[in-house]
Write a protein that binds this ligand. Structure first.
Ligand SMILES: [Ca+2]
Ligand SMILES: [Ca+2]
Length: 965
């Protein structure tokens, strides 16, 4: 079998390639998956062709091609461009210093909306809003300015994008709370590029350390401050109830500090100029960095990245030149359909399915005012329709009439001939193909794509490719990779709806969600004679404009259609436009479709079974409410058996994550039945962060080698709250105020995100996630090669001398089924448990029977029972004896082991004869509280309150934390 070049990542934000930068590189992919595999898996076995792109790349210490895009809905304001330039210029120097003269920004592209006045900006080529590293967009009526980075992958892994609101970039007063914009940018950049996480935690602002001291969650712990209540400075017990601040209470940091770290904690402090490193890192802080990165410091993770590994410090004392900026603006939207009509297109109803999906695309999906042309090809290309602008439904219908109606007699396909004809069509608009989009559909096995790969790369056009059936050219996807396009695989059966889903997902990429068509429904069923396909689709409050119903059938004539709107108004077959050659019936609801449940019934009036398909799509109903969207994607486009693929769906309303949605992925191989898999947002297994709107899951049900297509269906019921209180995860901290020379200076209160909202209507969405390839799947049965997945959410709490661990159960195979046993180990040395887990002290967990994957496990043990062993552990790190580190792994019935879990730190109870030590916060308070007596009272109160607290907890003996407030 032919192998195709392995692409390390699927992300459309990935590099765009250029002709000169094709290079061979040995890529280490072993740390990409969260699940471990036995030695000998084929990762990194050979050199792989990796396209190093004209997109973001690091060369000689400088980042080139960082893409910042402004959303077309942002009102025109040239100050925004200036402020972006100032921000990144400042960030470049701050970053250079923070990375010890290792990296800086050399060149940046700013994508200006087509809706803004033209000022001789350069024209875009393959850049688009959807591919940008940094997005500038409104929150659509939702208050809140927190800059935010979407991090869907684990520690040390690159995220998806950084988001800023226009107000954050324009309002200089926000600098008091966030720090200067350049510093904020570096905080977010470290999230995005190097996969480090926040060192503060709004949900757990304090904890009790191993000496029974109340500590504020921070890094480094040398940063000082005071508790403040309504009356002014006050002892912390007046401020804290259970785990939260008492109303009116807060913790304020001193404006003058000597601590230099850390940027992932509080970049706004003037003294902070570096990341927490091994020397300053606070392992005890209950923050995301410690959980996701197993107690590693941010600097440790950053220096482990390939960016820093390949960048020696710049010698000398000179600073790098400030970054250069190029300003780009999109021109007219130009799309060309490039359609294979060779003989192979007659097989498997390919042409019919193409006609139906292309009709949907032209009548509904393609945005108004776009210029569209159509090309067909077999052994040579032919222009069927030169570019015409879509200004009305009649223009759309005209284009549908130019779609091919028959296949040619030629068996040969020449994909490059089709692509070249496509360029000819799009170049008519401006003399160049820059910024245009091509949709290339083929079932041809033509492997001579290299003939036009270089032309495509340098064309400035983006090519989305659709491979129809298993014989389609293996290398077709390369045309998409090199141009930053999407890659689809369309399996053959008529009953597969992958083609309409693929066409539904192709938008202009300009980022204007109010213009894009959203697919609400995609179903297919084989209906027996005189039987019905009946279903309900919800037109939710946020959509309803351009609502389009498309019914498709395989054989015979149209079925009898009855469609009822929410008020009971009936539409019949006669209300639909019937396109007999294409076997479609369509209906566009004028104006805004009524919100609520629409019910359709398709009656098969024929004498034989009929495969029937329905697609429903709509657009946003008003600019005031962002519609729910789903973006489905896989971690990388190619995998070798048995390495799993992680499937993701980003489910949002505007920028806010939608919680409690039912997210089902359908994965369809080249041959065999589709696999349906529920994606979860539980922060366990493949999912890094709970409730961040990224739903994830491992996929490893590989039937055959070859291409697999992915579609995600999202449903949400009306009773559950839809939006997170704020965007969880990774943003820059807004500081409420500072203490300067004993004076409290409060910043303006932060504008917070909206509260959870109950939606009156349920909603549904369908989105294609493109395709990926799986290589090396053995024929026939094979032994168990799938270990349990790594546990990523191990947590520890201790009550008295007992430690209770909790985690989400992995499965017999990754996150499915039931694993066989757990191996829990502990050590006083973090280094030892990290590097030599096998030789750390084993905790007896023989009575612990693993539950089904996804279940929350708990296990309580007493480290005291193994204290003897702990005492005999060599204490090479001079670690204080009250801290132990615990981790575990799972083993399945074939004795395959998961990777070692995240490591947790446990503060063990002190020996009974030692009184709790009073807070090191006395150091924190020193700078401010000068009355010695007050400190004494504070200490007494602390001891009393803590003892009381412990008594209460002892009585209840719940799993709740006691030592971690
Ligand atoms: Ca998640
Ligand atoms: Ca297994």
């Amino acid at each position: 079998m032919e192998t195709r070049p392995l692409q390390p990542l699927k992300s459309h934000r990935e590099m765009l390639p250029s002709v000169t930068q094709l290079s061979l590189r040995l890529t280490n992919l072993s740390n990409i998956g969260l699940c471990s595999l036995r030695p000998g898996t084929p990762w990194g076995q050979g050199p792989e062709l990796v396209f190093l792109g004209a997109g973001l790349k690091l060369k000689e210490n400088g980042y080139d091609g960082l893409l910042v895009a402004i959303n077309p809905r942002v009102p025109e304001d040239l100050k925004l461009i200036r402020n972006i330039q100032e921000m990144i210029t400042e960030a470049s120097f701050y970053l250079f210093n923070a990375t010890k003269r290792r990296v800086f920004f050399r060149s940046v592209q700013i994508l200006i909306p087509a809706t803004w006045t033209a000022h001789n900006y350069s024209r875009v080529k393959q850049e688009s809003f959807d591919k940008a590293n940094v997005l500038v967009t409104e929150q659509n009526g939702v208050p809140g300015e927190d800059p935010y980075t979407l991090q869907h992958r684990g520690c040390g892994q690159e995220g998806k994008y950084i988001h800023f609101t226009p107000n954050f970039l324009l309002n200089d007063e926000l600098a008091a709370g966030y720090g200067s914009r350049g510093r904020v940018f570096v905080h977010e950049w470290a999230h995005l590029r190097w996969g480090v996480f926040d060192e503060y935690n709004s949900d757990k602002p304090f904890y009790v350390n191993g000496r029974n001291e109340i500590q504020v969650t921070r890094c480094s712990s040398d940063i000082t401050g005071v508790f403040v209540c309504e009356k002014g400075l006050c002892p912390h017990e007046d401020c804290i109830i259970s785990k939260l601040f008492r109303e009116g209470c807060t913790f304020l940091y001193n404006s003058t500090q000597s601590a230099t770290g850390s940027i992932m904690f509080m970049q706004s402090l003037p003294s902070v100029v570096e990341f927490c490193n091994e020397g300053t890192h606070n392992r005890e802080a209950p923050n995301l960095q410690n959980r996701v990165c197993s107690l590693r410091s941010t600097w440790d993770v950053i220096t482990g990245s390939s960016d820093l590994n390949h960048s020696l410090p710049v010698l000398g004392v000179e600073l790098p030149a400030p970054p250069s900026f190029s300003l780009l603006q999109a021109g007219d939207r130009v799309v060309c359909l490039v359609i294979d009509v060779s003989r192979k297109m007659a097989e498997g109803d390919r042409l019919l399915r193409l006609q139906q999906a292309a009709e949907l695309f032209l009548m509904q999906v393609v945005e108004a005012h776009t210029f569209v042309g159509i090309v067909t090809f077999d052994s040579k290309g032919e222009i069927r329709a030169p570019l015409q602008q879509i200004n009305s439904d009649d223009d759309r219908k005209l284009l549908v009439s130019y779609l091919p109606t028959t296949v040619s007699t030629e068996a040969e396909t020449n994909i490059c001939a089709g692509v070249k004809k496509g360029f000819e069509v799009v170049e008519k608009q401006n003399g160049r193909a820059d910024g245009s989009v091509m949709i290339l559909v083929t079932s041809g096995a033509d492997e001579h794509i290299t003939n036009c790969l270089l032309t495509a790369m340098s064309s400035g056009s983006t090519i989305h490719s659709m491979a129809l059936g298993s014989s389609a050219a293996r290398r077709l996807g390369e045309l998409s990779h090199v141009t930053g396009g999407l890659e689809f695989f369309i399996p053959d059966p008529f009953t597969s709806s992958r083609m309409t889903e693929a066409f539904s997902g192709i938008s202009s990429g300009a980022g204007d969600i109010f213009q894009q068509s959203l697919q609400l429904e995609s179903t297919c069923e084989t209906v027996q004679p005189q039987h019905q396909l009946a279903n309900t689709v919800t037109v939710d409050r946020a959509v309803g404009n351009d609502t389009f119903f498309l019914v498709m059938w395989q054989t015979g004539g149209p079925s009898e259609i009855v469609l009822l709107d929410p008020s009971g108004r009936k539409y019949n077959t006669g209300d639909f436009i019937i396109n007999l050659p294409f076997r479609t019936a369509s209906l566009k609801i004028p104006g805004t479709a009524k919100h609520g449940h629409w019910t359709y019934t398709l009656n098969n009036t024929h004498h034989s079974p009929q495969a029937l398909k329905v697609t429903v799509a709509s657009r946003a109903s008003s600019l005031a409410v962002s519609p729910a969207t789903v973006d489905a994607f896989v971690e990388r486009d190619s995998t070798y058996f048995p390495q799993p693929v992680i499937i993701y769906a980003n489910v949002r309303k505007g920028l806010y994550p939608i919680l409690n949605a039912t997210v089902m992925a359908t994965v369809e191989p080249e041959a065999g039945d589709p696999v349906v898999l529920q994606l979860l947002d539980e922060g366990a297994g493949a999912d890094v962060i709970k409730n961040d709107g990224i739903y994830s899951r491992y996929f490893f049900s590989f039937a055959v080698s070859g291409r697999y297509s992915l579609t995600v269906h999202v449903r949400h019921s009306p009773s559950t709250s839809t939006l997170a209180h704020s965007v969880p995860g990774n943003h820059a901290m807004y500081v409420p105020g500072y203490v300067t020379n004993d004076n409290i200076q409060m910043n303006a209160p932060k504008r917070t995100g909206r509260r959870p909202v109950k939606e009156r209507w349920d909603f549904s969405r369908v989105s294609s996630g493109g395709s990926f390839s799986v290589l090396g799947v053995p024929d026939g049965p094979h032994p168990d090669v799938f270990p349990p997945c790594r546990i990523t959410d191990l947590a520890a709490m201790n009550v008295e001398e007992d430690v209770t661990l909790s985690w989400t159960a992995p499965g017999e195979d990754f996150d499915q089924g039931q694993t066989t046993s757990y191996e829990i180990r502990m050590s006083k040395s973090l280094q030892r448990i990290r590097d030599d887990f096998d030789n750390a002290i084993l905790v007896n967990s023989s009575g612990l029977i693993p539950q089904h994957a996804g279940t929350r496990e708990t296990f309580t043990f007493s480290p005291k029972l193994v204290t003897h062993e702990l005492e005999h552990e060599p204490d090479e790190e001079a670690q204080e004896t009250y801290i132990v580190y615990v981790a575990l792994r799972a083993m399945d019935r074939s004795s395959l082991r998961s990777a070692v879990s995240n490591i947790v730190l446990v503060s063990m109870s002190l020996p009974p004869n030692s009184a709790p030590v009073v807070s090191r916060d006395d150091r924190i308070l020193k700078g401010v509280l000068t009355i010695v007596g007050l400190i004494t009272i504070l200490c007494l109160l602390l001891v009393v309150s803590h003892c009381t607290l412990n008594r209460k907890k002892r009585a209840s003996r719940k799993e709740n934390e006691t030592k971690f407030l």
